[in-house]
Design a protein around this ligand. Structure first.
Ligand code: GAR
Length: 189
């Protein structure tokens, strides 16, 4: 299974995928990593693993559709079976998604459908929920609204702040994402 991973930042979820492949826990290949942020640390992780990297910045295009078309052209060049949004911080529209129907998944740090969009962990703390978590879902035209593939639950502990809660959710994200990719590859999703 050939994957393209889209990133915008730190890339710890990308690293979890690369580590799982390296350890033989995931029978797949990361064919390309594409970032919309030039200095995303995720690009360094990809380079270290010998994965081709690309950077496509929104500001170089006059419209969202043109940006997404460039992104889709770049992704298509790697002939992906699956596209993984791993900390990719933009909402994608038709110009991208129509090119890869049923092949784009995202990881989000909340128990969807609660707390869509940015700063999901902060939203959970502010809502006072006792259980938070993370979700892998198919990407549709809405914000974090596509079909849910799987989730993990994380207890909110007394005294948690955004940093401590995010760190515990992130641990679960890494495991959840690798597991969801494995199941997608096995035709179980
Ligand atoms: C992760 O917590 C991921 O769930 C979140 O950004 C972080 C990226 O971390 N994504 C979103 O909030 C998307 N709406 P990483 O770069 O270390 O994988």
């Amino acid at each position: 299974m050939r994957m393209v991973v889209l990133v915008s930042g730190r890339g710890s979820n990308l690293q979890a995928i690369l580590d799982a492949i390296e350890d033989g826990r995931l029978a797949a290949e990361v064919a390309a990593v594409i970032s919309d942020v030039p200095d995303a640390y995720a690009l360094k992780r990809a380079e270290r693993a010998g994965v081709p990297t690309y950077c496509i910045e929104k500001r170089d295009y006059s419209s969202r559709a043109d940006f997404e078309t460039a992104l889709a052209d770049c992704a298509e060049g790697a002939r992906p079976d699956l596209i993984v949004l791993a900390g990719f911080m933009r909402v994608l529209g038709e110009a991208f998604l129509d090119r890869f129907p049923g092949k784009v998944i995202n990881i989000h740090p909340s128990l969807l459908p609660s707390f869509r969009g940015l700063e999901a962990q902060r939203q959970a703390l502010e809502a006072g929920v006792r259980y938070a978590g993370c979700t892998v879902h198919f990407v549709d035209l809405g914000v974090d609204s596509g079909l849910i593939i799987d989730q993990r639950v994380v207890r909110v502990l007394p005294g948690d702040d955004v940093e401590t809660l995010s760190a515990r959710i992130l641990e679960q994200e890494h495991d959840l994402l690798v597991d969801a990719i494995r199941r997608f590859g096995a035709g179980l999703v």
